[in-house]
Design a protein around this ligand. Structure first.
Ligand code: MOS
Length: 697
């Protein structure tokens, strides 16, 4: 057989999504689209009290309803292993941990009949007094052992109090951010089917391999019994990132009970209590600086809530550990467990709310010192991570700030607030820095050369719609030195082996490492004349040792955001005609999909600044605006001109693909940039999100 070695570098070129045609023609199958013979449907019966006990369920009456096959509840559910994940301890006792928690699952032959029966199932409760009221001074606040995902709770360098006492300029402010929900377009759905002593779960998850591992442990299954397939995902934003979600565990439980394939799909209102959200935060930021705005002290304290089921502490203050130089630097977190749904990851957890606190306070410091906000950040730039002292592998924040200022037209800005009225609008501009950690996790990938001349890559990656599959196709094609059209990347299957998920902006970096290395190995084997057997020749690479051997450096992507706002002088409506984002994110594999992700991030930042707020009625213990009519997410009409640019950020300390990750940095700092612009427009400081008409003027 002859092969044509054709150099066709693809990385850096705007390849359209390789699965795009499948998606627009409807060929792509999402989790809830998979057709299976004999499929039946599970529907959650949610707790209608915020705290207490279930003392009775009228199972007989539900079983008599049309189409009902079974009811899962605490008295017939299988005993589950304790895997340290309270949201998966389903039906293991009679406790109600929060409103909306599953107390039973009704299984019926159609989704409509399952829903009807679930909604008519009679449950008796013994309610207990509850507390769902998050307050910055809540007496239940405590210091957890660590914050998400495994960060130190507190860092303390120098003497912050003494430095602030001696500082020429001090800013000491409190900031608040609300609860927010990840509203992906595709609902959460899981379908479990047993065949040949294996159970396959089709589900919409960011972490196929992790879900398989978690459910294997939860159900005490033999290794290799559980397969998770997640080929296409319609958005996740973090709340499809949990080790497993209730819908997944319930589908497996129900399929085991009834001996048929079972699908559990959550409605949008059901995701509000069941699949995670961003906690509300209360932050206090204290800055001490000299007259020129050089920080001598920085303190960032954060408080957030968690549920009774899981201790999840948003890592809000970690943003301040790596952003601006300060010899005296303290960051800390406290959390309070309330009778509320469990908070989780929502895009740029920690960094998004934390950057609102610090980047807003920096704007107040710029005002107090009379220093331009861009110049203030340049004066506090550093090439060593302030909290740890570790050198950055690369930090091109200054380039992002300068290039952003140039593109946006920042020069000559009049710093005084409330000086630009234009008809019914006050106009203003604001900016903020941004960073996001550049991490990599061990992953295994396989690449096979076929006799047809094509190549198949297998890695348990997931593509949230962001273009991960396309980027991996490009990385593999270049590593093999073949055209992208000869490479097929298969993802979203836990059977492909251990892999990190699409989370923490780590996907492409983590998957790319073994993909590129396995491709190099395969190309070398082929070039050295190794014969190609009928089934193809496969190279496999597990990056565990390589990832573990990395030099100790601080690795981050950096960025800068600039915003122009117009605020209606009478209603306080805030419009954002222009946002500019400039990023240093390592190598950009695909400028088309990279730009799209950052447009999405900036839009989410705008949405966070102006619109998004999950409203908890503390008397009731539930989120009351649990639908897209009442929970406002930015639409096209809310977004003006978005400008995305990259600065060159070569970084050979990272990984073989040179990728830092850009999934989340687009949101970081945008809420502060907009809030700072609203202050510049109106003279009213914005220390609480969302800004909205009521707060803007
Ligand atoms: Mo992102 S919140 O790490 O999925």
């Amino acid at each position: 057989m002859t092969r044509t070695w054709q150099a066709a570098p693809s990385v850096g070129h705007p390849l359209t999504r390789v699965e795009g045609l499948d998606k627009v023609t409807g060929r792509a199958r999402y989790a809830a689209d998979i057709a299976l013979p004999g499929l039946v449907y599970g529907w959650v019966v949610p707790a209608t009290i915020p705290r207490g006990r279930v003392i009775g369920i009228d199972v007989a009456a539900t079983l008599a309803m049309p189409g009902v096959l079974a009811v899962l509840h605490p008295h017939n559910a299988p005993r589950l292993a304790d895997i340290g994940e309270g949201t998966l301890a389903l039906f293991q006792n009679d406790r109600v941990a929060h409103r909306g928690a599953p107390v039973a699952l009704v299984i019926a032959d159609t989704p409509e009949r399952a829903r009807e029966a679930a909604e008519r199932t009679a449950v008796d409760y013994l309610p207990e007094p509850h507390d769902a009221d998050f307050r910055p001074d809540h007496p239940g606040l405590y210091t957890p052992d660590h914050v998400n995902p495994n960060n130190a709770t507190t860092t303390d360098k120098g003497d912050v109090d003494a430095a602030i006492a001696g500082a020429a300029v001090v800013v000491d402010r409190e900031y608040r951010t609300p609860a927010q929900h990840n509203n992906a377009m595709e609902p959460h759905s899981a379908t479990a089917v047993w065949a040949d002593d294996r159970v396959t779960l089709y589900t919409s998850t960011q972490y196929a391999y992790t879900v398989a591992q978690s459910l294997t442990r939860l159900f005490g299954l033999a290794p290799g019994t559980m397969r998770v397939v997640s080929e296409h995902i319609g958005g996740g934003f973090g709340n499809k990132g949990a080790p497993a979600r209730p819908d997944a565990a319930l589908a497996v439980m129900a399929a085991t009970l009834v001996g048929r394939p079972v699908r559990v799909t959550l409605t949008r209102p059901q995701l509000y209590p069941l699949t995670g959200y961003r906690t509300p935060t209360a932050q206090r930021v204290r800055l001490g600086a000299d007259e020129d705005g050089r920080l001598v002290a920085l303190e960032h304290r954060a408080a957030s809530q968690t549920s009774r089921l899981v201790e999840f502490t948003e890592q809000t203050a970690i943003y301040s550990r790596a952003m601006y130089a300060a010899d005296n630097l303290r960051t800390s977190h406290r959390v309070v467990a309330l009778d509320v749904p469990t908070p989780r990851w929502m895009r740029a957890p920690g960094e998004a709310p934390g950057s609102f606190g610090l980047e807003s306070a920096m704007d107040e410091l710029a005002e107090a010192c009379g220093v331009d906000p861009v110049e203030l950040r340049l004066r506090n730039d550093t090439q060593a991570e302030p909290a740890s002292g570790l050198p950055f592998s690369s930090r091109r924040l200054a380039e992002c700030l300068r290039e952003g200022a140039r593109r946006f037209g920042w020069a000559g800005r009049d710093p005084r607030p409330a000086g630009r009225r234009d008809g019914r609008w006050w106009r203003g501009t604001g900016m903020a820095g941004a960073h996001y950690p550049a991490r990599t996790a061990p992953t295994t990938a396989h690449v096979t050369a076929l006799r047809s001349g094509d190549y198949v890559v297998r890695v348990a990656a997931t593509d949230l719609g962001t273009g991960a599959r396309t980027a991996l196709t490009q990385l593999a094609a270049d590593a093999l030195e073949v055209p992208v059209t000869t490479v097929r990347v298969l993802i979203g299957d836990s059977d492909f082996g251990p892999a990190h998920g699409a989370g923490g902006s780590m996907g492409t970096a983590s998957w790319g490492w073994p993909v590129v290395t396995a491709c190099h190995d395969l190309a070398h084997r082929l070039a050295s004349g190794e014969p190609l057997p009928p089934e193809g020749l496969t190279s496999t690479f597990d990056s565990t040792d390589a990832v573990g051997a990395r030099r100790d450096l601080s690795r981050y992507a950096f960025g800068a955001h600039f915003a122009e706002v117009a605020v209606d002088v009478s209603t306080g409506e805030v419009r954002v005609p222009r946002l500019t984002g400039v990023y240093a994110v390592g190598r950009v594999v695909n400028p088309l999909t990279a730009r799209s992700q950052l447009l999405g991030g900036m839009t989410m930042g705008l949405s966070c600044a102006l619109l998004e707020e999950s409203m908890m009625d503390a008397r009731f213990g539930g989120f009351v605006n649990h639908n897209l009519a009442d929970y406002h997410v930015a639409t096209n009409a809310d977004v003006g001109e978005l400008d995305v640019a990259f600065v060159d950020d070569p970084d050979d300390e990272l990984n073989p693909s040179g990728v830092k990750g850009l999934g989340e940095i687009g949101i970081v700092g945008v809420p502060a940039a907009i809030a700072n612009a609203v202050w510049h427009a109106t003279g009213v400081r914005q220390r609480e999100l969302p800004i909205g008409p009521a707060r803007a003027i």
